[in-house]
Design a protein around this ligand. Structure first.
Ligand code: PBG
Length: 332
């Protein structure tokens, strides 16, 4: 007779968790986190000229592109099912106040107009910052050794409006000055762009992982660093204050950056606010994997997918990543 005893305490001395790992079908049935190409935002670096396609030395597979090449690249991005790109501009000339950033004929503004015409199905996000446009490489106006907050915020608002006028679908302030989301929201609203979303780099850390990006965007600071506005890597509660502030000021999507050393921050932000959360898998995180892969020390594809999955598992809804095209090809 079978002994059925529903009240019986645990019958076995241990559980066999391996049962559901025995083949790929079972593994896929119980998989909690699934990546999709619609999770990705692909960063693009636009330079003046035409026919320019210059590989960034420290970022294999990433290029500085002229507007015509940005169009070609974006067509491929759209074909791969990636919904959005984020544009960074490298202007012809830089000056003290970064005037190329809010010039209606600036490099990003030209790119946005061309992209909206040629690849209308793609969502065009623009990075709003001054560091690529200032001669000193700082994210705002500098007086003596100080990076000024309120004066810089005024210029960032002008930059965001100029991107919106060119046709951008979303703006993404990446400076970390206080009050910039509010200033951008107000200038957009008073100019008829009340439906244009803002993705704020809300918890952006002063990180060594941005090194290769500064090659790509030619935006390394000529003196000093960004520690007076970007966050101290040691802080976590402060990230929640930054995010809360940006949400109160009108941010629609909040971003944590970098991603990998800050997976705990992504999780805290998601748990606390339950708002659309993005994570930036930054240049250094990309280059390390590429470099180790080139040396034959790791399997690049496998590590790439593992890293992207970990960012999503931590709570990110969206991932800005230089791996977007490669990962989308695998997911197809
Ligand atoms: C600032 C900006 C930076 C990145 C994105 N926006 C660099 C910085 O703060 O120095 C870094 C992105 C990356 O490393 O991939 N405009």
């Amino acid at each position: 007779m079978t002994n059925i005893d529903p009240t019986q305490k645990k019958k076995f001395s241990f559980n066999r968790l391996r049962r559901l790992r025995m083949n790929e079908n079972l593994r896929s049935m119980v998989r909690e986190t699934e990546l999709s190409s619609t999770d990705f935002i692909y960063p693009l670096f636009v330079v003046p000229g035409s026919g320019v396609r210059r590989e960034v030395k420290s970022m294999p597979g990433v290029y500085q592109l002229s507007v015509d090449e940005v169009i070609k690249e974006s067509e491929e991005v759209a074909r791969l099912g990636i919904p959005a790109v984020i544009l960074f501009g490298i202007p012809e000339k830089k000056d003290e106040r970064g005037s190329g950033a809010y010039d209606d004929n600036g490099i990003v503004q030209q790119s946005v107009r061309a992209l909206k015409r040629e690849v209308p199905q793609l969502t065009i996000i623009t990075d709003v910052c001054l560091c690529e446009y200032t001669s000193h490489g700082h994210c705002g106006v500098v007086r003596g050794n100080e990076i000024l907050n309120d004066e810089s915020v005024g210029l960032l608002a002008l930059e965001a409006l100029s991107h919106a006028n060119a046709g951008a679908d979303m703006v993404a302030p990446s400076d970390m000055f206080d009050g910039r989301v509010k200033a951008i929201r107000s200038i957009l609203d008073t100019n008829g762009f009340e439906k244009l979303p803002i993705m704020s780099y809300a918890a952006k850390y002063a990180s060594g992982f941005y090194g290769p990006f500064r090659d790509a965007a030619m935006s390394a600071p000529a003196f000093g660093d960004r520690r007076s506005h970007q966050m101290d890597p040691a802080n976590s509660d402060e990230a929640l204050r930054e995010v809360e502030e940006d949400l109160l000021e009108g941010a629609d999507i909040v971003m944590v950056k970098p991603a990998l050393s800050y997976l705990d921050i992504i999780r805290r932000v998601k748990d606390q606010f339950q708002v659309p959360t993005a994570a930036y898998n930054v240049s250094g995180e990309y280059s390390m994997i590429k470099a180790a892969g080139q040396l034959g020390w790791i399997d690049t594809e496998r590590v790439m997918m593992e890293v992207l999955t970990s960012i999503k598992r931590a709570g990110a809804d969206l991932i800005l990543t230089y791996f977007a095209k490669e990962a989308a090809k695998i997911l197809k």
